[in-house]
Design a protein around this ligand. Structure first.
Ligand code: SAM
Ligand code: SF4
Length: 334
């Protein structure tokens, strides 16, 4: 085994097998927990990695053990011709799964092409089924389009679609039961994700985090006892439960109240070609510069390996010395 094909293991023995690729920092909505309402300076087009640059990066990291990719952003479906990137990545040796996280607004138009290009899985972010509330949270209309996107994705053959809903105290509680009923009716796997200090306005407060524990209480009041679901992938951050006659599956991602850093197997590539070893990294490693200066594969592989080796044990949100990253979620790639 040569240097370039050794597993990407950090100093704590965490082996990295998954890569989140942000393809843009732009978005067609403005969720208040992610982006500021206005005054956003988006990256100029030439600063974004091209599809060929992303493909080359993936070709270099796949032999190092990266098998799973997730395309995200910003909103990945606003990047022109995304199915072309999916097609390039799907034929990369070693890549076993390509997933997408989307707000779903453009999904009805693109689901078929994405499926044919080789996309395996889709997560749709949806916080409410109330059109007015959707508009208040996202500062744009569009709930109907998201619902049409989910329906079209299922029609073209995507099964096991996940719905991701943010968990914010005072916001999410009334959405829990309607979202679960919707998920049950449409065979979707709903997961609640605790609000993290990555909002574009820098307004996050720890008491705004609605814990999974509180959501479970609300679910149990309505649907009866939850039972832990078998865990088939230990690196998955979600803790799943079955409910409602055992036909429903609900998941909780608790990055704040129960961090899962010990099992983290993720590496991130931002839209402008910076590698991050954590969502909350303060530092990034510039791979775009190497990709654009005709560097060989070896220095790129070394940069990735050094970045993984420098990974901290945890994000430290609960540490009084915690420093928020300078970038918000839409700039990192959630
Ligand atoms: N635009 C796509 C979407 O919304 O699915 C992909 C990018 S978005 C940044 C990815 C995920 O991050 C979404 O599920 C969103 O709810 C979540 N997210 C954004 N800001 C967050 C925050 N401050 N805390 C927790 N999750 C957040
Ligand atoms: Fe856009 Fe996704 Fe951020 Fe909402 S969470 S503003 S959809 S990038």
């Amino acid at each position: 085994m040569n240097e370039a094909s050794e597993p990407l293991t950090d100093s704590l023995g965490r082996v990295h097998t998954s890569l989140r690729i942000s393809v843009t920092d732009r978005c067609n909505i403005r969720c208040y927990y992610c982006m500021p309402a206005d005054g956003i300076q988006f990256l100029p087009r030439k600063q974004l990695l091209s599809f060929e640059e992303i493909e080359r990066f993936v070709r270099i990291v796949a032999p190092m053990g990266i098998t799973k990719l997730r395309l995200t952003g910003g909103e990945p479906l606003v990047r022109c011709e995304l199915p072309t990137l999916v097609r390039l990545l799907a034929r990369t040796p070693g890549i076993e799964e390509i997933a997408l996280t989307t707000n779903g607004l453009l999904l009805a138009e693109q689901a078929g092409d994405l499926r044919r290009a080789g996309l395996d899985r889709i997560n749709v972010s949806l916080d409410t089924l109330d059109a007015d509330k959707f508009k208040r949270i996202t500062r744009r209309p569009g709930l109907e389009k998201v619902l049409a996107g989910i329906a079209e994705a299922q029609r073209v053959g995507f099964d096991s679609i996940r719905l991701n809903a943010i968990a914010i105290r005072g916001e999410t509680e009334p959405e829990i039961v309607p979202l679960l009923e919707f998920a049950l009716a449409h065979q979707l796997h709903l997961r609640f994700i605790e609000y993290m200090p990555l909002d574009g306005d820098g307004a996050w407060k720890s008491d705004q985090v609605l814990s999974g524990e509180r959501i479970r209480e609300i679910v149990e009041e309505h649907f009866g006892p939850l039972e832990p679901a078998p865990r088939d992938d230990a690196s998955q951050p979600a803790v799943d439960y079955v409910f409602g006659d055992r036909s429903g599956l609900i998941g909780f991602i608790h990055p704040v109240s129960q961090p899962f850093c010990g099992q983290c197997d993720r590496l991130r590539l931002t839209a402008e070609g910076q590698i991050r070893n954590c969502l909350f990294s303060i530092e990034e490693s510039d791979v775009r510069d190497l990709l654009r200066s005709n560097a060989d594969d070896d220095p790129i592989a070394k940069l990735v390996r050094d970045c993984v080796a420098a990974k901290k044990p945890g994000h430290g949100i609960d540490d009084p010395r915690f420093l928020r990253p300078a970038k918000a979620m839409y700039q990192i790639g959630g």
